[in-house]
Design a protein around this ligand. Structure first.
Ligand SMILES: C[S@@+](CC[C@H](N)C(=O)[O-])C[C@H]1O[C@@H](n2cnc3c(N)ncnc32)[C@H](O)[C@@H]1O
Length: 237
């Protein structure tokens, strides 16, 4: 029986793929790239392009409407799941590629839920990947945690009060999906005196990688969706 693989492809550098991920991506007949943005989908594909053979492998790009929930989105997921299930029933292994790690805020997780509930006979193997968080902390030279540090990871789109509380209570805070709300978050960091202990990291691992410590230079700019902020309060002793 064919199966589904959810393969983490790391944050951008093809050398950061695991050997397992590379082996699976070279061998499966179908590669799926499910995302909410064409930009992220082509980015994920660009990471693994050198391992693919487009003459032999089918590349299925599954784009989902950029909305949190609703019947339109649910219908899109159902259709995507059916497309994949149909291939698996024909005996074809399918690999979903996800930027970073599949179990960290990835679009694949919505499909995972549908497969587990509606297609329990299809086996799913998840292959962990190096997340953008791990790679960004190294790129910015900001370790995530030491000894008993408390680390929080959350979307920057949370309301101000919740962000303020998290920034106050944790030693390191990673703010994902920061691009659309950056100016607001910057205001909050400044108010809390944390704007100088933070780094903005864009497209880590890719040739366009950028690490910015002077956050004021980013205010009012249109920022890349593939970017995050690391706020680290303590110096490493
Ligand atoms: C839907 S989440 C996917 C996270 C991914 N599964 C991971 O393990 O890194 C998308 C968010 O991850 C972050 N991200 C993903 N790839 C990135 C990269 N190469 N550089 C910086 N941030 C990235 C950004 O905050 C982006 O808005």
């Amino acid at each position: 029986m064919a199966k589904i693989y959810a393969v983490g492809v790391g944050p951008g550098d093809p050398e950061l793929l695991t050997r397992k991920a590379e082996r699976i991506l070279r061998s499966v007949p179908v590669i799926c790239s499910p995302t909410g943005s064409a930009e992220a989908s082509s980015y994920a594909l660009s990471i693994v392009e050198e391992f693919l053979d487009r003459d032999r492998q089918e590349i299925l790009t599954q784009l989902f409407p950029m909305m949190k929930k609703g019947p339109e989105l649910e219908a899109a997921w159902q259709l995507a799941a059916e497309q994949v299930a149909e291939r698996v029933r024909r005996g074809l292994d399918v690999a979903f590629i996800t930027i970073g790690d599949p179990f960290l805020y990835s679009t694949f997780l919505y499909l995972y839920r549908i497969f587990r509930a509606q297609y329990p006979e299809i086996a799913i193997e998840v292959v962990p990947g190096i997340s953008s968080i791990n790679a960004a902390s190294v790129a910015a030279d900001l370790p995530l945690g030491i000894a008993s540090d408390r680390i929080a990871i959350l979307p920057a789109t949370y309301e101000d009060d919740y962000l303020r509380r998290t920034l106050t209570e944790f030693d390191t805070v990673v703010l994902m999906k920061v691009s659309r709300v950056f100016d607001q978050v910057y205001g909050l960091l400044k108010e809390l005196g944390l704007d100088r202990s933070s780094a903005f990291v864009r497209r880590v691992g890719a040739p366009e990688e950028e690490v910015v410590y002077d956050l004021s230079s980013l205010v009012g700019q249109k920022l890349d969706y593939l970017s995050l902020l690391i706020v680290r309060k303590q110096e490493i002793p």
